[in-house]
Design a protein around this ligand. Sequence first.
Ligand SMILES: Nc1ncnc2c1ncn2[C@@H]1O[C@H](COP(=O)(O)OP(=O)(O)OP(=O)(O)O)[C@@H](O)[C@H]1O
Ligand SMILES: [Mg+2]
Length: 264
Amino acid sequence: MLSSQSGAPGSQEFAVIARGVEKSFGALKVLQGVDLTVGYGKVACILGPSGSGKSTFLRCMNHLERIDKGFLHVGGKLVGYREHAGKLYEMRPNEVARQRADIGMVFQSFNLFPHMTVLQNIIEAPIGVKKLSKAEAIEDARRLLAKVGLTDKADAYPRTLSGGQQQRVAIARALAMRPKLMLFDEPTSALDPELVGEVLTVMRDLAAEGMTMIVVTHELGFAREVGDMVVFMDGGVVVEQGSPSELFTNTKTGRAKAFLSKVL
Ligand SMILES: Nc1ncnc2c1ncn2[C@@H]1O[C@H](COP(=O)(O)OP(=O)(O)OP(=O)(O)O)[C@@H](O)[C@H]1O
Ligand SMILES: [Mg+2]
């Protein structure tokens, strides 16, 4: 149980508020007090060296990892915990699942179900978790497939698709749950360079529609163009954050400068 400090001022006004988030795996302290605030409809791009805790932080937001200290609000609600009489209690698995349904996550490896067609991949959770009727789920799925440019692939199996197509299906599948927040963990890192653009285009459209997004990425062009804020993580903390021009052009910290000089 965490000590109760959930009453973040203004927790309703922001899509995501992280304060002092700490997480260890055994003796390894991976998150050392992450602070981050992301407004509704904003896109935050997270950069940082390998091992800095970016994926772990995203996984905490979805309560795939339990945090050790600090607090994490998504959509005005504490992630994974319920407050009762000034104390915090971990949610039961069914409550966690309900909360997680509002957060879409897209990984580097697309994680589609190989034995299901594209359409089946997309309708599975809306029917199973959101209790949509099959007809409604299929209608939604076809609309989402059109949105990601894959109308003609509804009946294809994932193995017959290119990596870029599979990742666009994975995005459609996440959107089918009608999430309020989308988390992307290096969504284009596994793709051949010529397939990166089609996935970034889908993400750019999503941002333009007002989706709140947190994107771990090495695509600095995307971060500069689409990001409302860019966040540089190193050693389990947010070292520097700001608008893309602040972070890329007026980099303040030596650590961010050193990182950017290597990747730019
Ligand atoms: N389940 C786990 N058990 C033990 N250690 C873990 C676990 N998950 C992550 N770690 C460790 O935590 C550290 C941070 O990992 P994380 O995956 O969050 O980094 P990252 O910033 O996403 O790196 P990358 O850019 O390589 O994806 C690493 O040292 C990693 O080995
Ligand atoms: Mg990672």
